[in-house]
Design a protein around this ligand. Structure first.
Ligand code: HEM
Length: 186
């Protein structure tokens, strides 16, 4: 993954445990880099090791670390460097998600070696307007909790509250991770 992602992991850890916490996680993960260059690609394995080490250091399951990382990514990382991009692709969680592939396509013009995830938005089978379905496909395993965190971060950004439940799981053999999302009103 691009260094931008590892920088964001570092940033999250520093905000929770300070610089000494980051040094412990870096050592635990056998990570030689003190800093990451946003525009350089690093092996995916390093990112997974950092998440694993953060999970041990914080005493939380990796899924909770990924969830926190997803929220942090939207509310801080993307907000800081890519606020215009976030503003330009929608004014609600649903609208933004319907254009997420286009948005990552725009990002890919700069991060040309990125391996883009693919998302598909569908109406919910119930037809209820406040509910919808999101399918997530990727070349990478194990990131569904990251997606859930990203979704909660997006909703917070748009002043919405959402409920998310995962109904299909690629790690259990499904073709795509499938999430049912409900926007809560009032
Ligand atoms: C301005 C906002 C955003 C920017 C700049 C951005 C950019 C990126 C970049 C650079 C990567 C790394 C890809 C690589 O190194 O191969 C990535 C990965 C990813 N992004 Fe985004 N992204 C944004 C918002 C979102 C949102 C809102 C979602 C979902 C709700 C999302 C879902 C993902 C996922 C799941 C990955 C992991 C890659 C994978 O599954 O293979 N991103 N994004």
């Amino acid at each position: 993954m691009y260094g931008l992602v590892n920088r964001a992991v570092r940033d999250l850890v520093v905000s929770l445990r300070g610089e000494p916490g980051w040094q412990r996680i870096r050592e635990r993960a056998g990570c030689p880099d003190e800093e990451f260059l946003s525009m350089q690609t690093y092996p995916d394995e390093l990112t997974y090791r950092l998440v694993g080490a953060a999970s041990e250091e914080l005493g939380l399951p990796a899924s909770q670390v990924l969830h926190a990382f997803g929220e942090h990514w939207i509310l801080y990382t993307a907000q800081k460097g890519y606020g215009d991009l976030l503003d330009g692709f929608g004014h609600s969680t649903r609208e933004f998600l319907s254009r997420l592939n286009d948005m990552h396509g725009r990002v890919e013009t700069v991060f040309s070696e990125m391996s883009m995830p693919y998302f598909e938005l569908q109406d919910h089978p119930s037809g209820e307007p406040e509910r919808f379905v999101l399918l997530y496909q990727s070349q990478r395993p194990g990131l569904s909790a990251f997606v859930v965190g990203l979704l909660h971060g997006l909703a917070k950004r748009f002043g919405e509250t959402i409920e998310v439940s995962q109904t299909d799981d690629r790690s259990q053999g499904a073709a795509a991770d499938r999430f049912e999302i409900r926007i809560q009103h009032g």
